[in-house]
Design a protein around this ligand. Structure first.
Ligand code: COI
Length: 357
């Protein structure tokens, strides 16, 4: 299978240059991948110039949020690479999300060609400082023009890419414990990477920002007691020297960074527990000094330490280490593998050769 290249895409690539300040997710590669599903089949994959889409206001995605997405990164530090990190895992999760949202599965070949292709064509625009990367965003939207509530008969699979610096500009996070709203519930869509889960987190983000926090820690919907995840990231703490993270349920997104940290922790002989974490027990162990570190992790966030947790009423619980030794060592190891400075477990890295595209 080959990618059809629109002639304007080549012109767009030739005339593009990176702005001085790139930020996260706001500088976009001048090309994008596009593939349409209709009449029961995925069609040809095309690379076109990045630009606005023309879509009817009746497209189902605008009304019923039938959509899924992924987030992954390509690295090209000191002109080594580009390296894609565990993108097969993103492909698998993409189709798991598709099934949950009644979207037809995407063939592996189309996903891989699109992701590897955009990496190859964007290679010259991948920033070279450690911690920065090409953030790649594959997504599928429901495009059937009809207001009936049923799965769309038409879809667009697209991949855009953003040369990006780190997601968080601050070194550590102040996190609001959300004791009122819930992000996900048993039997819902919490484990799927679909826009509605993120939309559901936004009013809490507004509240958090007003109170001086930077992110939300979500608890289970039934009891408001057990830690699930952050808004768009998984959660880890270090308690009595052991790494703990909530065990996966259908209300938690199975993060690829989360999974990579678990593997690295095992390799580094850091004791690890995947278990139910009661927020009040965690607060108690922070007060006692037993919980010394906590961090958020995700493709975008990598590993971002948490310096304090807080409540709506302004009560805060400070961690012993704003940036602790275990978080630091895991982050250094993960980045070294992603950026090609250290050999990782088999199959984690694929080198893309732009000359072959
Ligand atoms: C990612 O880490 O890729 C995400 O999808 C999270 C988002 C907050 C950028």
């Amino acid at each position: 299978m080959s990618i059809k290249i629109h002639p304007d895409a080549i012109t767009a690539l030739r005339t593009f240059s990176l702005p001085e300040k790139i930020g996260f997710g706001s500088t976009i590669s001048p090309v994008m991948m596009d593939c349409e599903y209709k009449d029961g089949n995925w069609g040809e994959l095309e690379m076109v110039p990045y630009g606005p889409l023309t879509l009817s206001p009746t497209c189902k995605v605008f009304h019923y949020a039938q959509e899924i997405f992924e987030g992954l990164k390509a690295y090209r530090i000191n002109n080594k690479g580009p390296f894609l990190f565990r993108h097969i895992e993103n492909f698998k999760r993409f189709n798991q999300s598709a099934t949950r949202m009644a979207i037809p599965e995407l063939p592996e070949e189309i996903f891989m060609k699109a992701v590897e292709g955009i990496t190859a064509y964007s290679a010259d625009f991948i920033p070279g400082e450690s911690g920065s990367s090409l953030y790649i965003r594959p997504f599928i939207i429901a495009t059937e023009e009809n207001l009936g509530i049923k799965p769309s008969a038409k879809y667009r699979f697209m991949v855009i890419a953003s040369p990006s610096a780190s997601y968080f500009s601050s070194g550590s996070l102040k996190v609001l414990i959300e004791r009122h709203n819930a992000r996900a519930f048993t039997g819902g869509t919490g484990a799927a990477k679909t826009g509605g889960n993120y939309a559901a987190s936004l009013s809490s983000s507004v509240k958090a920002a007003k109170l001086g926090y930077m992110n939300t820690l979500w608890l289970d919907a039934e009891n408001s007691k057990y830690i699930e995840e952050m808004s768009g990231m998984n959660f880890f703490a270090v308690v009595n020297g052991a790494l703990v993270t909530p065990k996966l349920t259908d209300t938690i997104l199975a993060g690829i960074t989360r999974n990579s940290i678990i593997t690295l922790a095992k390799n580094l002989n850091i004791p690890l527990k995947e278990e139910t974490i009661n927020i009040d027990s965690l607060i108690e162990s922070i007060k006692l000094g037993e919980c010394s570190e906590a961090f958020a992790c995700g493709t975008a966030a990598i590993i971002t330490p948490i310096e304090l947790f807080g409540e709506d009423d302004g009560t805060t619980y400070k961690l012993k280490h704003p940036i602790g030794p275990i978080s630091k060592s895991l982050k250094e190891n993960l980045l070294a593998i992603q950026e090609g400075r250290m050999e990782g477990p088999e199959g984690w890295i694929k080198t893309i050769n732009p000359a072959t595209y």
